[in-house]
Design a protein around this ligand. Sequence first.
Ligand code: FAD
Length: 392
Amino acid sequence: MSAETDTTPFTETDERRSLRREVAKLASGYGREYFVRQARNGEKTTDLWLDMGTHGYLGVALPEEYGGGGGGIGDLAAVCEELAAQGCPLLMMVVSPAICGTVISRFGTEEQKTRWLPSIADGTLTMAFAITEPDAGSNSHDITTTARRDGDGWVLRGRKIYISGVDEAGAVLVVARTEDARTGRLRPALFVVPTDAEGLEYQPIDMEIVSPERQFTLFVDDVRLPADALVGDENAGIAQLFAGLNPERIMAAAFATGIGRFALDKATEYVKGREVFGAPIGAHQGVAHPLAQSKIEIELARLMTQKAAALYDAGDDTGAGEAANMAKYAAGEAACAAADRAVQVHGGNGITTEYGMAGLLVAARATRIAPVSREMILNFVGSHSLGLPKSY
Ligand SMILES: Cc1cc2nc3c(=O)[nH]c(=O)nc-3n(C[C@H](O)[C@H](O)[C@H](O)COP(=O)(O)OP(=O)(O)OC[C@H]3O[C@@H](n4cnc5c(N)ncnc54)[C@H](O)[C@@H]3O)c2cc1C
């Protein structure tokens, strides 16, 4: 083999590495203390969000002609991971620039792109995303929120649950179903609904996650929308939806990996300093090995996330779909294990508010459930990758 073996699939470009360093620097200026303080005081992270927008990090993957950086989802995932690794995991990164930004830039009209993308890129507007419904749950084929034609426009009616960041959002990209005039069958389609639209109401859900970003129940009660609220083609809703779901999974994997890194950094720092039995506890293999395991699991999850992002950015939606699901699974598992081990090595301190480790458990746990649960990923891999009978 030649000495010039190509390592590009396994290393990031200088540009990507520099992006990571810059984001980490900016985020460390805010840090975990800021994030937790805002959450506990019922306040938001708007200043961090706008700072990210001003520096071009939120819009890094959006097209340049609409105020973005013209990069790929791999760049945006790197931004999301570095933020989380500094203790500031921002869920709206997954939703606003990644899902909503992708769907609008790929399928929106010129007018919709001009209207929404520049403000998503600079952070002056965040867009929430609403697909989950109380009765349908993981089975999104069963959603019942409907969009009925009303003259030139639409009337939406239904209910959504666990929708992140509605209180901070200027609009919500809502997945509803339209009726096929010929067959009467319902098909999913995507609508931008301004959060101040008449008939749209939302209520916060009390969650145990320590985060300034909250989840909401959304009541969509005969909300009237103009014709141009529909994004893309009414007949191609499923394909458009899937186009947004790959970036969602890649970003969720990056989000989880960042949480895992943060937990592992804190744990490592602690075991180097805490002395029991006359030596730092990190000298005991019973303490060091679980942390080493986490290091390996996190690196593997990062690698798979980078592969998924590279496939997506190369236009391979199918390959990216499988890799993004696997990355999300691996990252969720790695984050949960890292958070659990970080609590354990802190001993009693692991459960104190001062050390803030226990709060990570729920945040990490959420990455196993949302945006797609580990079981639904295993279902997908079982049927899609292994060719087993589809059970769902
Ligand atoms: C913090 C957080 C933020 C969120 N933000 C958003 C958002 O912004 N927008 C949005 O639309 N949604 C959001 N969600 C919702 C999230 O996508 C759903 O919670 C998730 O898809 C699971 O759906 P569910 O909660 O209804 O669980 P259910 O579908 O009721 O599932 C419950 C359990 O049963 C398992 N299960 C269900 N069916 C099967 C099966 N066939 N085989 C094996 N196991 C199965 C699931 O894996 C899960 O463990 C968020 C959720 C959380 C926790």
